[in-house]
Design a protein around this ligand. Structure first.
Ligand SMILES: Cc1cc2nc3c(=O)[nH]c(=O)nc-3n(C[C@H](O)[C@H](O)[C@H](O)COP(=O)(O)OP(=O)(O)OC[C@H]3O[C@@H](n4cnc5c(N)ncnc54)[C@H](O)[C@@H]3O)c2cc1C
Length: 489
């Protein structure tokens, strides 16, 4: 970034996950799909395109990035603490490390801004058969609520498709490695900038941990939901030697997880969601003698993360009711009700049953932990459970999700002072277009936008809705400013 200290960017995005990618594709695409289609799931896979039509679609996407090249293309940086490893590093690592073969969401949900069926078309262009690119959804019958698609993409196809979009929209060069520590509202002086202007405008300084400051007119924060790990209150992660108490998100950072060996160990896994199942399978694969899965309530089996009413055809109706609700506490209640804590897929349930049949896993439903003490002499934990039994565990793994607290994230501290925002349940109360506050050109997408996007804000479906909203708002803003981009003319 040498020599760029005085350059004012048009846009800085914090975070290079799938949500940021989706938003940027919507922003850079000249003709993104309309609001109604963003939510649509078409029932039938359109495999009737001729090869010529298919090639034309793929070529068009390839040209999309090129058409916004040069002076018309916004000056753009995307900062990610793992930016040196390319786009979507967290996403890729979580699928690799946890050995997840297929996505949980259906094949119509991906970052392409034009066509929900593009992933099918792309697989076809690669010469993949349906069986090679997708797995069937088995747990959801065709019904009024859900008409399909009845396929989930493989993680490999999805990652390759995202690479294709990064290339098509020329987003590789925008990526900067760095830990953002603060986003601050400032007045920007543009004298000496590339566009030769010497005016003053409102904007932001985005400060990185290494002291670099990026100046930008607009900021989009897309920091995901994995910054603040959630542990049950009976576990103190600092009370045992390193590696004995872990959180599911920690595994993403283990370089070669296959080198870890848990031979003969008993591993206590806490949580009733899909991640706990994936951790159980991983532990057994890496040699654990026994995995005990502690599920506070009961295991809930569901194909999708959110209730089907929020996932299928009736979603638009639900969303209308959600957006009509003016009280944010009530919206929070709707979010919690839709997500129902952790759920597992039918395949996840089958995995657990298989591990149980092998005598390598015990699922304890309706049981909580009460206390866990590390006993150095024994090199293990004594754990007291709510059913009044005790157990000994060599390791404890928490698959208990994240804490959502926009205040605790830290990078928003200066914004909290210059432009205070109210929060409900740790989520900021954003504007309908996902701005921080009226007239403030900072937007928030991803899990933190749930009160303005809906219960699926964390998922790819929410990413499409947020990407559409924010891209539309920024294009409108650019169309009103003197330095118009061709993008919004
Ligand atoms: C195992 C797993 C499987 C999932 N599968 C699906 C699925 O199939 N379908 C679906 O719809 N959803 C799925 N989800 C949910 C969700 O889509 C993913 O969690 C997704 O990664 C969220 O994307 P994101 O871009 O919001 O966040 P992330 O992918 O976490 O990206 C955020 C990025 O921001 C960066 N960052 C954060 N803070 C800073 C900072 N201060 N400075 C610099 N960089 C920062 C991080 O390094 C990260 O790269 C899954 C989640 C998990 C955990």
């Amino acid at each position: 970034m040498e020599g760029e200290a005085d350059t004012v960017q048009d846009l800085v995005v914090v975070g290079a996950g799938p949500h940021a990618l989706t938003f940027l594709c919507f922003l850079l695409e000249q003709e993104p799909m309309g609001a109604a289609l963003v939510d649509a799931h078409r029932a039938v896979i359109r495999s009737r395109l001729s090869d010529r039509e298919l090639r034309a679609i793929i070529d068009r996407r390839r040209r999309a990035g090129a058409s916004t090249r040069g002076s018309a293309r916004p000056k753009l940086k995307v900062v990610d603490r793992h930016g040196g490893e390319g786009w979507m590093r967290n996403w890729r690592r979580q699928f690799d490390v946890l050995r997840i073969e297929n996505l949980r969401s259906n094949a119509g949900l991906h970052p392409d801004p034009v066509d929900p069926e593009m992933l099918f078309e792309y697989a076809r262009a690669l010469g993949l058969s349906m069986e090679e690119g997708f797995a069937p959804i088995t747990g959801v019958p065709r019904s009024r609520e859900f008409h399909g698609p009845f396929q989930v993409p493989t993680a490999a196809l999805f990652a390759r498709f995202c690479d294709f979009l990064v290339q098509a929209y020329r987003l590789g060069g925008a990526l900067v490695e760095g830990e953002v520590v603060a986003i601050e509202q400032v007045e920007l002086r543009e004298g000496g900038g590339e566009d030769g202007g010497d005016g003053v405008c409102n904007g932001f300084c985005v400060t990185l941990a290494n002291g670099t400051i990026l100046k930008s007119r607009i900021v989009v924060a897309s920091v995901g939901h994995a910054n603040l790990r959630n542990f049950p209150d009976w576990i103190d992660p600092d009370s045992a030697p390193a590696g004995r108490i872990s959180h599911a998100w920690d595994f993403v950072h283990i370089e070669r997880v296959e080198k870890q060996r848990y031979g003969g160990e008993v591993i206590l896994i806490i949580g009733g969601g899909q991640t706990s199942v994936q951790l159980a399978a991983l532990a057994v694969d890496l040699g654990a003698k026994m995995v005990v899965l502690l599920v506070r309530s009961e295991l809930k089996v569901r194909q999708f993360d959110s209730d089907l009413l929020w996932t299928g055809r009736l979603r638009s109706e639900r969303l209308r009711a959600f957006f009509k609700e003016a009280h944010m506490d009530a919206r929070l209640g709707m979010i919690e009700e839709a997500r129902q804590g952790g759920t597992i897929t039918p395949e996840g349930k089958a995995t657990l049953e298989c591990l149980e049949a092998q005598g390598r896993c015990r699922v304890m439903e309706g049981v909580e932990g009460w206390d866990a003490q590390w006993v150095p002499e024994k090199g293990s934990f004594d754990v007291l459970l709510s059913d009044d039994t005790e157990m000994v565990a060599d390791r404890i793994w928490a698959a208990t999700g994240s804490r959502m607290d926009v205040v605790e994230e830290g990078i928003f501290d200066p914004m909290m002072t210059s432009s205070p925002i109210s929060t409900v349940g740790g989520y900021p109360v954003l504007q309908p277009d996902l701005r921080w506050n009226p007239g403030v050109n900072m937007y928030v997408i991803g899990a933190y936008s749930a009160l303005a996007v809906g219960p699926d804000a964390v998922n790819l479906s929410g990413a499409r809705r947020a990407g559409f909203k924010v891209a539309k708002s920024i294009k409108e803003c650019w169309s009103r400013t003197p330095q118009q981009h061709e993008l919004c003319t």
